[in-house]
Ligand binder design. Structure first.
Ligand SMILES: Nc1ncnc2c1ncn2[C@@H]1O[C@H](COP(=O)(O)OP(=O)(O)OP(=O)(O)O)[C@@H](O)[C@H]1O
Length: 234
């Protein structure tokens, strides 16, 4: 079966620093896959390279079988690879609903009604300014904006970082609903409990290379590997 997203032997640099040293991973249709690794391993760089914000020196990016390597970021976004970055990128001075309206796209299977069903808080807050939202609500708004684009694959960079446990639970449930709607997800997240609750498979990145790949069950039953690569007791 054709992967929803396939990265093959990606190499990327910041200046002379060789950050990605051959990243190979794939996300299957309907899957949630995590990309784990210590700080500085290259997780965010992998996501940025996949969406064309960084041009890879070598390797290949395929979206649903279509070669997107070297395409500019706007083309890759239009083809359906959406990144929700760590810094959230919402318009602070627009209301929630305005933020959503400008993200709507003709031909997208996602309507504002679909979004409000997954994120009822956004409907409650629809007349509030983006800048008045809590951190969790901003995160929801930014995921919602990416969905309206009708992504073939959604990439989330640390969606629950710094959020209160009760909001984390809400966002975990929302990510599940998004997957149930058929959107495959590549998740970068430091919160291992969240990763274990959501993911079908896990990749571990170390110094710009994938050093381990495991199914959810293998991962849970192998705390030594988790400790070795991530330095945490699972
Ligand atoms: N704009 C940049 N210019 C130069 N080096 C950078 C830049 N952004 C990141 N780096 C370096 O690239 C490496 C990988 O960074 P990246 O942000 O991809 O790691 P990460 O795994 O996402 O870590 P974190 O969890 O800390 O965000 C790090 O050594 C980082 O210092």
């Amino acid at each position: 079966m054709t992967a929803a997203l396939k990265l093959t032997d990606l190499h990327a640099y910041y200046g002379k620093s060789h950050i990605l040293q051959g990243v190979t991973l794939e996300v299957g249709p309907g899957e949630i896959v995590t990309l784990l690794g210590r700080n500085g391993a290259g997780k965010s760089t992998t996501l940025k390279t996949a969406v064309g914000l960084i041009t890879p020196r070598q390797g290949r990016v395929e979206l649903a079988g279509r070669d997107m390597t070297g395409q500019p970021a706007h083309r890759i976004a239009a083809a359906g690879l959406s990144l929700v970055p760590e810094d959230r990128g919402i318009f602070q001075l627009l209301t929630v609903e305005e933020n959503l309206r400008i993200a709507e796209k003709r031909g997208s299977p996602w309507s504002l009604g679909d979004i409000y069903r997954i994120f009822p808080r956004l409907e409650e807050r629809r007349k509030n300014g983006g800048g008045q939202l809590s951190g969790g609500e901003q995160q929801m708004l930014s995921i919602a904006r990416a969905l309206l684009n009708g992504p073939k694959v959604l990439m989330l960079d640390e969606p629950v970082e710094g959020l209160a446990p009760i909001i984390v639970e809400e966002i975990v449930a929302q990510i599940r609903l998004i997957r149930e709607a058929g959107v495959p997800i590549l998740l970068v997240e430091q919160n291992l409990a969240v990763c274990s609750q959501l993911a079908d498979r896990h990749y571990i990145l170390e110094l710009g290379r994938i050093v381990h790949c495991a199914s959810a069950a293998e991962f849970r039953s192998d705390p030594d590997t988790i400790d070795r690569y991530l330095g945490v007791k699972a």
